[in-house]
Design a binder for this molecule. Structure first.
Ligand code: DON
Length: 560
């Protein structure tokens, strides 16, 4: 089938065109989109004077650590893809690392795998990367003084901010899980009573820690008082992280993966995130189909999308891990057009493939990571996704330091050889080892066309992230949606195993689902997922379109 050309698509979304669906936020100069309106505003305020997209992204990220504590963080890690207006592209990897005393067997107790150790314990905490990563990205590309980027976050923590309905609801779910941790209860409840919408949440210890980071840089976190507080909490409860682990932490500058979707260049995150590889593999497969001809939401489109994701996820499980430890990852081959041709030739037009072996499965994913997209008036662009892993991470607030620790060690595989029918994975590339980074799905991505950024996009959603980013891209480029429509459009997910085609409730017609069943798909209804924050750049850079996912509360695109 002949694919349509991108030129057709790029004229769409121009201001003045009648639109069928939601209208994005439009602006000429700059745009900041995040999952919290206060944080987006903080970022936008950095762009009024000398500040650039990197300053805005870093300030937004620090603000999110205060006002969006379920995923915004300084105790977690993430990835950032940056493209300067001049075309330079770089990725920052500030994924957490396994402490020096980690091992592949660390989640076993008396030889038995213990999921609580893996996901919900002091052993689940990885050495945080966020402060080092944001600082390095700012040092190499920011313009404003470092302290200025932290000022709004410090004020929000010290003076407090108004709790939204969204935050109140999220704390209501999280609080019972925090009951083991007195410092967490003290920070996120009124002595055990829930915060309600309209209350003011103040976080004095967090303000003090942010002040140390503002005045001392990363040393204010990885050394001295803050490092001492982390180490003390770890020692008291059998955790592994030491002052030495903290001092040794380094963010890594990496070369973004480059692919294409028609004539748009796709810049995305390389391992230790699997997100970019999965995204490019699936885009490469889909590129040769006439998706507009099939139509958005048609059984034909959903079938081909499913088959593309199924194949990309099978390769993910087989090959990917931390590139500093796994030396034989065939990334270039996986993201090549030739390999996509091979995979495509195995897809039948009207018959679901079968995923084997049946021994691979993954845990259900929440929506607790968060993404920031920024484009400034020069058209520098930042795409940043970071996380604590679960909502509120390990649920452990470091006493005296006021921030939550991640539970990212849960993203390592369970243990050597532990692949089994119950849903564990024990494959080699992603086993824990000292200093190693756990495999991620985060997919911060920037598309470029004609020398200008075209789309800045990312999302939370665990293993659903690459497919969510992919569908947003395809919706904009192939289905001609504006950015907000592309985000609002219903999604599907497939991750090889379990062999289920998940779809968002009320998103697709029963007739379409019947056709998919007839073709052999195991369709499975679910509530929504993801929280895409995206910016479309239109008419060769003249206009910006911001879209924030309405599946989650409190997000906002702030344009100027
Ligand atoms: O790095 C990862 O892929 C996961 N730790 C992200 C977790 C996440 O997105 C949780 N919410 N959906």
């Amino acid at each position: 089938m002949k694919a349509r050309t991108l030129t057709l698509v790029l004229v769409l979304g121009s201001v003045g065109l009648a639109e069928a669906g939601s209208v994005p936020v439009r602006a000429r100069n700059s745009m900041v989109v995040s999952q919290n309106a206060i944080a987006s505003q903080v970022g936008a305020s950095m762009l009024i004077g000398e500040g650039n997209a990197m300053d805005a992204a870093v300030a937004t990220a620090f603000a999110l650590a205060v006002v969006h504590p379920s995923a915004g963080n300084i105790g977690g890690g993430g990835f950032l893809v940056y493209r300067s207006a001049s075309g330079q592209a770089v990725a920052y990897d500030f994924r957490e690392t396994a402490p020096a005393r980690s091992s592949a067997e660390m989640f076993l107790r008396d030889g038995e795998y213990d999921p609580r150790l893996h996901h919900d314990s002091y052993l689940a905490v990885g050495v945080p990367g966020t402060v080092a990563g944001l600082h390095q990205a700012w040092r190499e590309h920011g313009k404003l003084p470092w302290e200025q980027l932290l000022e709004p976050a410090i004020a929000l923590a010290r003076e407090g901010f108004m709790v939204t309905d969204g935050l109140a609801r999220s704390l209501r779910t999280a609080l019972p899980q925090m009951s083991r941790y007195p410092a967490s209860m003290a920070q996120f409840s009124h002595e055990g009573d829930l915060y309600e919408a309209g209350d003011i949440l103040r976080q004095g210890d967090l303000a003090d820690t942010l002040e140390r980071i503002a005045t001392e840089g990363p040393r204010g976190f990885y050394e001295g008082h803050t490092a001492g507080l982390i180490e003390k909490e770890m020692q008291r409860h059998g955790g592994l992280i030491t002052r030495e682990d903290l001092k040794a932490y380094r963010a890594v500058r990496r070369t973004p993966l480059r692919g294409t979707y028609f004539d748009a260049e796709v810049l995305t995150m390389p391992p230790p995130s699997s997100g970019g590889v999965v995204l490019l593999q699936a885009l490469n497969i889909l590129e040769r189909y006439d998706l507009p001809g099939m139509g958005f939401g048609s059984a034909a489109y959903l079938h081909h999308l499913t088959e593309a994701l199924r194949r990309a996820f099978a390769d993910r499980a087989r090959y990917l891990g931390d590139p500093d430890f796994v030396k034989d990852m065939p990334v270039e081959r996986l993201i090549s057009k030739e390999y996509a041709d091979q995979l495509r030739s195995t897809i039948a037009p009207r018959r679901a493939s079968v995923s084997t072996p049946s021994s691979f499965e993954w845990r259900a994913e929440g929506a607790e990571t968060t993404h920031v997209s920024v484009v400034d008036n020069e058209r520098n662009a930042v795409s940043l996704t970071y996380t604590l892993e679960n909502g509120y991470g390990s649920k452990i607030v470091v006493p005296g330091a006021g921030f939550l620790l991640n539970n990212e060690m849960g993203d390592f595989n369970a243990g050597p050889g532990l692949t089994d029918e119950s849903g564990l994975i024990g494959t080699e590339p992603n086993l824990a080892a000292p200093g190693k980074r756990m495999l991620s799905n985060m997919t911060p991505t920037i598309l470029v066309h004609g020398g200008q950024p075209l789309l800045v996009v990312g999302s939370p959603g665990g293993r659903r992230i690459p497919g969510t980013v992919l569908q947003t891209i395809v919706n904009v480029l192939s289905f001609r949606m504006n950015v907000q429509e592309a985000i609002d459009a219903p999604r599907i997910h497939h991750q090889w195993l379990p062999d289920l085609l998940h779809y968002e409730r009320n998103g697709f017609s029963p007739d379409t689902l019947d056709i998919l069943r007839e073709w052999g798909h195991n369709v499975n209804e679910e509530d929504s997922w993801g929280a895409v924050q995206a910016i479309g750049i239109r008419e060769n850079g003249r206009w910006l379109e911001g879209g924030s996912d309405r599946r989650q509360p409190d997000g906002a695109a702030i344009g100027r």
